[in-house]
Design a protein. Structure first.
Length: 356
């Protein structure tokens, strides 16, 4: 698996917008701090001569209680229900179908929500009221992808975008009234915002460079801003923040190489993100929303996810496991006290997702 190690970040990016297929993955380090609260879901990729196996697990953030909850989970971000009881994820079926599954956090009650569909359902995102799941699928079968919504029991599927270009990466506003997504309907990638029923699809970024191509848009906790990634100024991915109506644009990062995968602190003041040049040796930084206070938090690390209590950040640590594998780590929000949560030498562990 070493041959593909450096492609981990690239894979994460492709997957981040619900497009493609990862192969291998990401990075690692020390042990650390005192008590950490919360639970994490993650995907494990176990490699063998017969191919890779993908499983979904849940673990407490202190490393205890690790439990496999699903046997076939494609390496994409798992989505917790807002009540923390269930997890939506992409199930990969032997006939190469991708379908949205839901499982209870204890591993019971797994259900396939997509059994009647095209077999291309990806990127599940739970509405804040827990009633609906937005996702990406190829509703018309021509391979361009659309943003769709269904009830949390799989009924009532509805396609919200209809065109012959890419639409994906749906993200609900915190109040549940809007969905941000990415589309290249005007010839280059833009971030759009629409009402949750699909009406009033509005281009938020409006720039000839690619916006939103390398990372899904991320709403601030108060719903007043959206972080996105654009190549508009330096020609490589940088992080920006904009209001959902397209006003108030702020440019946050100015570094050669990739900057993306933004994750807001729960107080809305800081954004953690991954940085890497040529997808090698990625690092995690955090910066204030006004662009000040840039700080490197971790090396050989990516996929930062700020914890709901704001005190810690989960991430993927690359290549420091017993077998050069990746593990899920948690660190304090200032970068201190890094701790290996998964300690799972049998697999690359990726896509940490905090329970609410
Ligand atoms: Ca489309
Ligand atoms: Ca654009
Ligand atoms: Ca950059
Ligand atoms: Ca591992």
């Amino acid at each position: 698996m070493s041959t593909t190690r450096n492609h981990g970040l690239a894979c994460a990016l492709a997957v981040a917008i619900g497009l493609v297929t990862p192969s291998a993955v990401a990075y690692g380090l020390d042990t650390g701090p005192a008590k950490v609260a919360g639970r994490l879901a993650f995907v494990s990729i176990a490699h063998s001569p017969h191919g890779s196996r993908f499983t979904l697990s849940v673990v407490k953030a202190d490393g205890s209680g690790r439990r496999r909850v699903a046997r076939f989970a494609w390496p994409e971000a798992p989505a917790w229900s807002p009540d923390g009881r269930r997890i939506a994820f992409v199930g990969r079926h032997p006939n190469a179908r991708f379908e949205i599954h839901v499982v209870n956090a204890d591993g019971s009650g797994e259900r396939n929500l997509s059994r009647d569909a095209s077999g291309s359902d990806r990127a599940p995102a739970w509405s804040p009221d827990g009633k609906k799941i937005a996702f990406v699928n190829d509703a018309d079968g021509i391979g361009d992808f659309e943003v769709s919504v269904m009830n949390a029991d799989g009924s009532g599927r509805r396609t919200l975008t209809r065109n012959q270009v890419y639409d994906g990466a749906p993200a609900w506003s915190p109040d549940g009234r809007k969905i941000a997504f990415v589309s290249d309907r005007d010839g280059n990638f833009e971030v759009y915002v629409m009402n949750a029923d699909g009406s009033r699809q509005q281009n938020v970024t409006r720039h000839p460079a690619d916006d939103g191509r390398h990372s899904a848009p991320a709403w601030s906790p108060d719903g007043r801003k959206i972080a996105f990634v654009s190549e508009r100024d330096l020609g490589d991915p940088e992080i920006y923040v904009v209001s959902p109506d397209g006003s108030g644009l702020d440019w946050l990062t100015r570094n050669p190489g990739f900057d993306g995968l933004p994750s807001w602190s729960p107080d809305g003041r800081r954004i953690a993100f991954a940085h890497g040049v040529d997808h090698r040796n990625p690092k995690i930084f955090a910066v204030n929303v006004d662009g000040s206070g840039l700080r490197r938090l971790a090396r050989r690390a990516w996929s930062p996810r700020w914890s709901p209590d704001g005190r810690t950040i989960a991430f993927v640590n690359e290549g420091h496991g017993a077998n050069g594998d990746t593990d899920i780590y948690v660190m304090n929000a200032d970068g201190s006290g890094k701790r290996n949560v998964t300690r799972n030498p049998a697999a690359d562990d990726v896509w940490p997702a905090w329970a609410p």
